[in-house]
Design a protein around this ligand. Sequence first.
Ligand code: HPA
Length: 290
Amino acid sequence: MSPRAKTGGASGEEFARAERAAKFILSKTRLRPRIGLVLGSGLGAFADEFASTKRIPYQKIPHFPQSTAVGHAGQLVIGKVGAVPVAAMQGRVHFYEGYTLKQVIFPMRVFARMGIRAVILTNAAGGISRDYKQGCLVVLRDHINLQGSNPLIGPNDERFGPRFHDMTQAYWKPYREAALEEGRRLGIEIHEGVYAAFTGPCYETPAEIHAVRTIGADLAGMSTVPEVIAARHMGIKVLGISCVTNMAAGILDQPIHHEEVLETGERVKNQFVALLRGVIPRIAADVASV
Ligand code: HPA
């Protein structure tokens, strides 16, 4: 085997960078989170409620990408939700911002090197299923990657995971069930569905939405899927939750505005936060038992 094949060539560097970033983060706090959160558009405020908090702006973390999207603060917050230590990204970076997919998944690599074993990925999405209403929450059951690429293309570094990894349970079933149960207990309108990832940055056309509905999509969005692929590559369990901030293009006879997306996110934030508070201890119990 050539040295390049052994270390994964360019991805040997990816591993070293992730290790450096993880060491830096862990040197700033005594907490050792096993759960990572990515707080999408409008949801970042959840991390402002944590106890024993340490905030680290992304620009301070070695090699970390900076987020440019409106509604994304761009800092890592390490703190406690109840008794559970968590690491939360207030804002993520997207493919449409011009980052490579390797940059988009770098925070997941760092999470893994920090010892994180489960992630909760949240996002804003357009609702396609006729069962959904603006403002409802949807637990992701599966996804369809329509971003035209995959973050793992290129040499594989076995220290992260295998060349060909399984995606049959991309979204961990017990976590999905826990989220649905908690949602119902809280009286929140909550569904389960399939997320189709487009690149953005424009919203989809009605014909695109019609096409993906036909192939089984319930939601359309511009994020999350690269992170899920990377997390599963490293054996990290995933819970994905979307907030239906608007109905997708052509579902209603009206245009989609970014302001509407932000407003709906803001309106259901409290429900989203309550759901996360309910689910986190259940996921903590699972990751503590492995
Ligand atoms: N499409 C894609 N991404 C989105 C949407 C949408 O309708 N709403 C919020 N994020």
